[in-house]
Write a protein that binds this ligand. Structure first.
Ligand SMILES: *Cc1c(COP(=O)(O)O)cnc(C)c1O
Length: 428
């Protein structure tokens, strides 16, 4: 039976008259892989159901947050209970204190923090803190790393931009973009040379400590060492954007996994349990400079709102249970090994890269270490692979520049379904 997406097609036609691409976030439009995006009606555990009634094993996980799977009964109950007490007060609550204490337990480097409503806001605000405390304007980011869509950070920003072949968005003032220095990921010599030349102008280095937004790319040990060394030597702040990697590559993020103590950290995605949340924070000496303790301004009407806080707290509580995170990481390793074996059997050149509960299938005969090697992969082949998986009920993120996310709800049955589908899709 052909994969009939007629209801999704009708919806897309209506949507495209009203929203650019018919979507509220670009990659959802499937331009990176071709075909019609299934409109999702509901989700439960590891499964999505679309408007045409198809079911899919989900590896998008709402782009990372759904580490416990969708609609986890205890998370839903926590949200409902909170909603009954009022959805927003614009005044402090006990739950925010619990939440901040929970984040601090997982991330000892985050001595103080602020809750915001998205990862974009978290990164934008962390940048302001770095600039505010150092009195410097320059920032360093890495090509292919995405830190949300704030002006300063939308320069060579991977992910959606890479999917559409736009390195830097129009609408970012040149006056602002000139302060953003971009280097290749894992480029130690480039980093040292830039600091040698401009160290005194640079407020911070921001990076995804395991990249996810050009596909899953781990940092080299030498790169991690150099980041810490040069920022310290030149008085610049090291910002770990763990919006994706937080609670994903390890409970305590990449900083726990690699033993790094960043100055500032950004969180989002999992920390909100599927509701809109971001967190930025770090060393108290810097965070005390934020208003009203200090002069660096940042605020939010719905920041720390009760629904998002309830979802986040319950998610973190469930993740703390012994074996829960480890189970999802083991499932990921099983999928990754299976995909590697199938690719080898099919004679397909593929790199299946993974850290913790994220992985990416790159169609390449050499390891992918930065944006140039990610861009050199066979993205047309990824599109065919993606389409063939979808037809067989497996939903991968719709771009070769993205990571797949595994949840605690992915069990042996889902893994088997996935590998059966991949066997066919690798021949596509
Ligand atoms: C998703 C993401 C962001 C942006 O978060 P939003 O909630 O989409 O604004 C920032 N940084 C990283 C590393 C991300 O993966």
């Amino acid at each position: 039976m052909p994969h009939d997406l007629s209801r999704s097609k009708d919806l897309l036609e209506r949507a495209a008259r009203l929203m650019p691409g018919g979507v509220n976030s670009p990659v959802r439009a499937f331009k990176g892989v071709g075909g019609t995006p299934p409109f999702i009606k509901s989700a439960q555990g590891a499964w999505l159901t679309d408007e045409d009634g198809h079911r899919y094993v989900d590896y998008c996980g709402t782009w990372g947050p759904a580490i416990l799977g969708h609609a986890h009964p205890q998370v839903v109950a926590a949200i409902c209970a909170a909603a009954g007490r009022g959805t927003s007060f614009g005044a402090p609550t006990a739950a925010e204190v619990d939440m901040a204490e929970a984040v601090r337990r997982y991330y000892p480097s985050i001595e103080m923090m602020r809750m915001v409503s998205s990862g974009t806001e978290a990164c934008m605000s962390a940048l302001r803190v770095a600039r505010g405390v150092t009195g410097r304007d320059g920032i360093v980011k890495f090509e292919g790393c995405y830190h949300g869509h704030a002006d300063s950070l939308l320069v060579k920003a991977g992910s959606g931009l890479a999917t559409f072949g736009v390195p830097t968005s129009p609408g970012v003032p040149a006056d602002l973009a000139q302060h953003t220095h971009t280097l290749a990921y894992n480029d130690v010599a480039g980093l040292e040379a830039l600091f040698e030349k401009r160290g005194g102008e640079l407020a911070c280095v921001i990076l995804e400590p395991v990249c996810g937004n050009m596909g899953c790319i781990p940092p080299s040990a030498a790169f991690l060492e150099a980041l810490q060394r040069v920022t310290k030597a030149h008085g610049a702040l090291l910002i770990f954007d763990e919006v994706m990697t937080g609670f994903r590559v390890a409970r305590g993020g990449a900083q726990q996994l690699f033993g790094v103590d960043p100055d500032l950290t950004c969180l989002g995605k999992v920390v909100g349990g599927g509701l809109p949340v971001g967190v930025y924070g770090g060393k108290a000496e810097y965070m005390r400079q934020v208003s009203p303790d200090g002069p660096i301004y940042q605020a939010g009407t719905l920041s720390g709102n009760p629904l998002a806080t309830a979802a986040g707290l319950e998610t973190l509580r469930l993740l703390a249970e012994p074996g829960v995170f480890e189970g999802a990481a083991e499932t990921t390793a099983t999928i990754v090994e299976g995909l590697r074996r199938l690719a080898a059997e099919a004679g397909v050149a593929a790199q299946v890269q993974h850290v913790g509960t994220m992985f990416t299938v790159f169609f390449s005969d050499a390891p992918v270490t930065d944006f140039a090697t990610a861009a050199a992969c066979d993205h047309a082949r990824f599109g065919r692979f993606h389409g063939a998986l979808l037809e067989q009920g497996v939903y991968f993120p719709p771009s070769g520049y993205e990571a797949c996310f595994v949840s605690t709800a992915h069990g042996p049955y889902e893994v088997e379904r996935t590998l059966d589908a991949a066997k066919v899709a690798l021949g596509a």
